[in-house]
Structures are given as structure tokens and as C-alpha cells.
Design a protein around this ligand. Structure first.
Ligand SMILES: CC(C)(COP(=O)(O)OP(=O)(O)OC[C@H]1O[C@@H](n2cnc3c(N)ncnc32)[C@H](O)[C@@H]1OP(=O)(O)O)[C@@H](O)C(=O)NCCC(=O)NCCS
Length: 240
């Protein structure tokens, strides 16, 4: 991917290593259960990774051919890699069905800031689940223990060098209007648009991208998940 001009800032980020999956508690939203990955999730995730409409917007740009391929992509969120990523399985509270996944898949990436990503099976699109998930995720993200850090971040994401509020970022295809809308509804703001060679398998020409950030300073109005949302005990978990 093309490099973007960077500027060095002083800020905070969740302390690395992050809490492992084994220490993370699931959390509820009104309709969702958001919980760490387990080995048993491969079938549920594979069903989503078989949908071209979903996978077109991933780095891979195509469906998984085999369950092994899905297992391999899941490994990024399983021990020992869970110490450096923060992604989750998303289930319907009413049935326990796996309908998506999402979280911080890359702690410090393209823009220097931690980058969020998510995907939902096409049958549940348009019902507000992605927005419900993302609001809960970012609220939870801000509650993780933090350390001060000097970081190289995209120059356009901040006003300039020095101390800046911590941010979360997202990188979206310009044609993915639904995802941009989800980001806006969760408080993210667009900060740049650009073109670069399409790195997805089987794709040629340029891809048209848009960058979003969410500043921690803009989070004051959000409900803090973790303090006022009931945490599931293992025995309360619906079958998945
Ligand atoms: C993008 C995605 C996560 C959205 O999930 P979702 O649960 O349908 O999202 P929500 O229902 O919370 O919100 C979608 C919003 O986009 C709007 N929208 C969707 N498609 C749209 C389009 N083509 N044009 C305009 N608005 C659109 C919806 O109307 C809704 O906005 P509203 O509440 O103001 O009406 C889902 O489509 C998906 O998984 N896509 C494939 C993977 C992906 O793109 N991931 C993001 C890359 S990081």
C-alpha cells in the first residue's frame, strides 16, 4: 500500500500486550453479544467468508476457498496473536447465531493509529447491527489501560506535531457507502481521500480509498460499555 506522509505525535494507546482472549469478558449491547474468538467459531466465520458481497471489501478481495483458509485468517485473533489485536465474534443475543466479526485487527497501521474493521453476513445488513457493534466497541476500547507513546501518524489526521488526542482509524473503499455511513453514525470523521494501486487478488488498476478517524476527545457523549452493561458469565452464554 502507498505510504502516506507521517508526523510524530505524543499520545496514548492501549498498553501492549493487550489482555489475552482468555481474560476478556463478553459484553452485551441491546441485541448483540460481542466476545473473543474461539476455535469453535471457524464454521460460523467460514459461512461469512464464503459471501462475495462481504469479502469484496477485505484486503483479500475474494471468498475463502476452504475452511483452512478461514482458520488461518482467524489465527490473527487467537493466542498468541490476541496480545496484539482486539477482534471479536459478534452474535445475535436472541439466538446465539454468529452474524459478524470486528474490532481492531491492526494495532498501528496505515495511518499510524489503531485501525478498526468489521464484517456482517449479508442476510442481516441494514438493521443497524454494524452501528450498534461499532459504538459499543469504541466505548470499550477507550476503557483499556493506556500508556503514553510517541507515534508516527498520518499528517492529515492531526492538526500538527505535539500532543494530540488518541484516535482510532478506518480505511474504506469509496464505493462502500454503507460502511462510511456506519462510521459517521459512530462519530468518525472523514479526513482524506486518495487512489492507489489495487492490491486485492485478481483486481487491477487503482482503488479509491477514504480514511476516517475518531478522536478519543469526541467520546464524552458515549455510554461506557463495561460499567453499565451486564457482563456475561460463562453459564449465561447462548449456544453458538
Ligand atoms: C458495511 C456493513 C458492515 C454495514 O453493516 P450494517 O449492519 O448493514 O450497517 P447498519 O445497518 O448499522 O448501517 C448501514 C447504513 O448505511 C446505509 N447504507 C447502506 N448501503 C447504502 C448505500 N448503498 N447508499 C447509501 N446508504 C447506504 C444504511 O441505510 C444505513 O444508514 P442509516 O441507518 O442512516 O439508514 C456490511 O454491509 C458489511 O459487512 N459489508 C461487507 C464488509 C465491509 O464492507 N466491511 C467494512 C470494511 S472495514
Amino acid at each position: 500500500m502507498a505510504e502516506q506522509p507521517k508526523v510524530t505525535v505524543k499520545t496514548f494507546l492501549p498498553t501492549q500486550p493487550l489482555p489475552p482472549n482468555s481474560e476478556r469478558k463478553p459484553f452485551h449491547t441491546e441485541r448483540l453479544i460481542i466476545r473473543p474468538f474461539t476455535e469453535d467459531d471457524v464454521d460460523g466465520l467460514h459461512a461469512i467468508h464464503r459471501q462475495p458481497e462481504v469479502m469484496i471489501y477485505t484486503m483479500k478481495g475474494r471468498i475463502d476457498e476452504t475452511k483452512e483458509e478461514t482458520r488461518k485468517s482467524m489465527a490473527r485473533f487467537m493466542p498468541p496473536n490476541d496480545l496484539h489485536t482486539y477482534s471479536n465474534i459478534i452474535c445475535l443475543k436472541s439466538t446465539g447465531e454468529i452474524i459478524g466479526m470486528g474490532g481492531v485487527a491492526r494495532p498501528e497501521q496505515k495511518f499510524g493509529w489503531p485501525e478498526i474493521g468489521y464484517m456482517f453476513k449479508k442476510e442481516v445488513w441494514g438493521q443497524g447491527y454494524a452501528t450498534e457493534f461499532l459504538k459499543a466497541l469504541v466505548s470499550f476500547w477507550w476503557t483499556l489501560p493506556r500508556s503514553e507513546i510517541e507515534l508516527g501518524v498520518d499528517a492529515q489526521s492531526v492538526d500538527g506535531p505535539g500532543e494530540v488526542p488518541e484516535m482510532l482509524s478506518a480505511l474504506i473503499d469509496q464505493s462502500n457507502i454503507g460502511s462510511q455511513r456506519v462510521l459517521e453514525k459512530a462519530g468518525f470523521r472523514e479526513f482524506k481521500r486518495w487512489d492507489e494501486p489495487d492490491a486485492r487478488e485478481g483486481h487491477e488498476g487503482d482503488v479509491h480509498l477514504v480514511g476516517f478517524v475518531l478522536s478519543s476527545a469526541g467520546q464524552k457523549g458515549y455510554r461506557t460499555v463495561g460499567s453499565d452493561v451486564p457482563v456475561l458469565e460463562p453459564t449465561d452464554q447462548p449456544p453458538v
